[in-house]
Design a protein around this ligand. Structure first.
Ligand SMILES: Cc1cc2nc3c(=O)[nH]c(=O)nc-3n(C[C@H](O)[C@H](O)[C@H](O)COP(=O)(O)OP(=O)(O)OC[C@H]3O[C@@H](n4cnc5c(N)ncnc54)[C@H](O)[C@@H]3O)c2cc1C
Ligand code: SF4
Length: 552
């Protein structure tokens, strides 16, 4: 049935439509209501509840929350329960760990005054604040399509139709999507947002900017033995198990209730298609300086999510007629600090202030140029500019020399200058793989089921759930190209980069078949970023599907 034969979609009118109930979207919603209580604001969230799809470290710099809710420290029950008490950096070698003295670290890397949190719980708390101010928060609704008016301006979004079967037929529970129309629409979808990606292409927002860069972050939460728990201890490492050419590192944060968040980020500009970020993470936990923390403990949650790494050079133009990008949909991560939630909140606040001013003067569906023109001189720009060369140095010179240069540059930037100007990022991450014939397959150790695990038992701990009878939400544009290139040249890296075991090349008598276990997808977006031909597109499945993270 073609769309014109379908019954029309119902539509709802708001002043402001916000896509994504992460820190950026919720901060924007709250600020608009603080400034102008009569403005109608809706926030749509694809997770089954607010926080269900949020995965972060997280050590949060409170600069954003202090600005959004200055009274929060007076509240008795907030999700900011664990102040950082001890901040350590290690350089890992196979059998040793060398601590980098804190005085060598540029001051901007200090975590003093920050909090270890579950960002999912922060979002749940922010959503309550937003609702108390009168914001409509709709979890379980994925924005699947951008709506444009006849002049080409964005005028809202639509949810996908529900009740469509695997084969595209209408099931008995078929219902049409709903249109949510707004005078302004803010896209707060986080890293590699599916609608944000379309808008960046359609409006040429990335023109004149460096390509966006990404990492894949994998994370587990452990309940550890009480004697091993040191609330507020924050540890980062680089080096082993990654080789010098592959960027990335670990984080290990002790937070409330004897819980430890442990995670590993692999930069997605790696070249060797045999690298498996999930296996690197499992291997990392076996390091003699790391393993003891988890012995006698229990792993309670697993998940993965892409993180933007391009920073200052890669932030696209933020505005287009009718809307704007906020938070990690634009890529406001400070990579050396592995922090972006403070900038997500600050950008939500900034966009909201410009939206509120525009609405007040009777404007609608035009460009919020003031937001684009002001962020680089704001606290977000100041945060990102100082660290702009860290990622280019790391990519060019590898971990050992690259980080030495990055450290030097961050020190000089502390005093307001750089010896290197602004270095450029190289190619997009989809273009960095080299043919498999140049490498030997990597033999990763087998999981021991105590500290290290396999993918499927891990995905189980993400509580991922999708309606099975729905179209696959991972669209392979040209199946023949997938075989000729991804399989034949690169030896099927999707089976290794996907942290949820979604992709498999199944050898059959007729040849290899690309199998997509879409129901396992944890919505990390890595396939959309790393496929060497950009032949895989992630689109939102039915609303409410995906992981159900309790406190990631
Ligand atoms: C492994 C890892 C560790 C990190 N550690 C830290 C840290 O320690 N400190 C720190 O400050 N930052 C950290 N970050 C970065 C931080 O998590 C992000 O900067 C922050 O989450 C960005 O907020 P956001 O609101 O822009 O996007 P997100 O937090 O990604 O939220 C986006 C929301 O939008 C929803 N959504 C997306 N698309 C749609 C759609 N089409 N329809 C409806 N809903 C949609 C998603 O489900 C999600 O709930 C880390 C990130 C990762 C991946
Ligand atoms: S299918 Fe893609 S988005 Fe889903 S978990 Fe795998 S790599 Fe991530």
């Amino acid at each position: 049935m073609s769309p014109s034969d379908l019954p029309p979609r119902e539509s709802m009118e708001f002043d402001v439509v916000i896509v994504g109930a992460g820190p950026a979207g919720l901060a924007a919603a709250i600020r608009i209501k603080q400034l102008s209580p009569e403005t109608s604001v809706v926030v749509m969230e694809k997770g089954s509840e607010v926080g269900a799809h949020i995965l972060s470290g997280a050590v949060v710099d409170p600069i954003g929350i202090d600005k959004l809710l200055p009274e929060w420290r007076k509240e008795s029950d907030t999700p900011f329960k664990t102040p950082v008490t001890d901040d350590r950096f290690y350089w890992l070698f196979k059998k040793a760990a060398i601590r980098v003295p804190n005085f060598l670290m540029p001051p901007l890397m200090s975590n003093h005054g920050n909090f270890v949190v579950s960002l999912g719980n922060v979002c749940r708390w922010l959503a309550k604040k937003a609702e108390a101010l009168g914001v409509d928060v709709y979890p379980g609704f994925a924005a699947a399509e951008v709506l444009f008016d006849d002049k080409g301006a964005v005028m809202g979004v639509a949810t996908g139709d529900m009740g469509v079967s695997k084969n595209g037929e209408h099931r008995s529970d078929f219902t049409r999507g709903v249109e949510l129309r707004g005078k302004y629409t803010l896209f707060a979808e986080g890293a590699r947002g599916s609608l944000s990606k379309q808008l960046i292409q359609r409006f040429g927002l990335a023109e004149g900017r460096d390509p966006q860069k990404f990492g894949l972050g994998l994370k587990e939460i452990w309940q550890v033995a009480p004697e091993k728990h040191k609330p507020g201890l924050v540890q980062h490492s680089f080096g082993w198990p990654l080789d010098n050419k592959t960027g990335g590192g670990s984080f290990l944060y002790h937070f409330e209730d004897n819980q430890v968040a442990v995670g590993f980020v692999v930069h997605l500009n790696y070249t060797n298609p045999y690298i498996a970020p999930f296996e690197e993470f499992q291997r990392f936990k076996q390091h003699p300086s790391v393993r003891p923390t988890f012995e006698g403990g229990k792993r309670i949650c697993y998940g993965a999510r892409a993180i933007t790494e391009g920073g200052w050079q890669s932030v696209p133009k933020l505005v287009f007629p009718g809307g704007a990008l906020v938070g990690c949909a634009a890529g406001f991560i400070n990579l050396p600090r592995i922090k972006g939630s403070h900038n997500a909140i600050l950008s939500g606040i900034q966009a909201a202030e410009h939206v509120a001013a525009a609405l007040k003067s009777g404007r609608a569906n035009d460009e919020l140029t003031e937001y684009e023109n002001s962020w680089r001189a704001s606290e977000i720009g100041r945060d990102l500019k100082k660290v702009r060369n860290a990622k280019p140095f790391w990519s060019r010179f590898g971990t050992m020399i690259g980080l030495a240069f990055a450290g030097l540059d961050m020190w000089t930037n502390t005093f307001g200058f750089s010896l290197f100007g602004t270095l450029k990022h190289g190619k997009p991450d989809s273009k960095t793989l080299e043919p498999a014939s140049k490498f030997m397959p990597i033999q990763y150790p087998k999981p021991d089921g105590v500290i290290s695990f396999d993918k499927l038992s891990s995905v189980f701990l993400s509580n991922t759930n999708h309606e099975e009878d729905q179209p696959v939400h991972l669209i392979v544009a040209q199946p023949a190209l997938q075989k000729a290139s991804e399989h034949d040249i690169y030896a099927g890296p999707s089976a290794r980069y996907c942290p949820a075991g979604v992709y498999e090349w199944v050898e059959e008598p007729t040849g290899p078949r690309f199998q997509i276990n879409a129901q396992n997808c944890v919505h990390c977006k890595t396939c959309d970023i790393k496929d060497p031909n950009q032949n895989i597109t992630w689109v939102p499945p039915e609303g409410g599907g995906g992981p159900n993270y309790p406190n990631m």
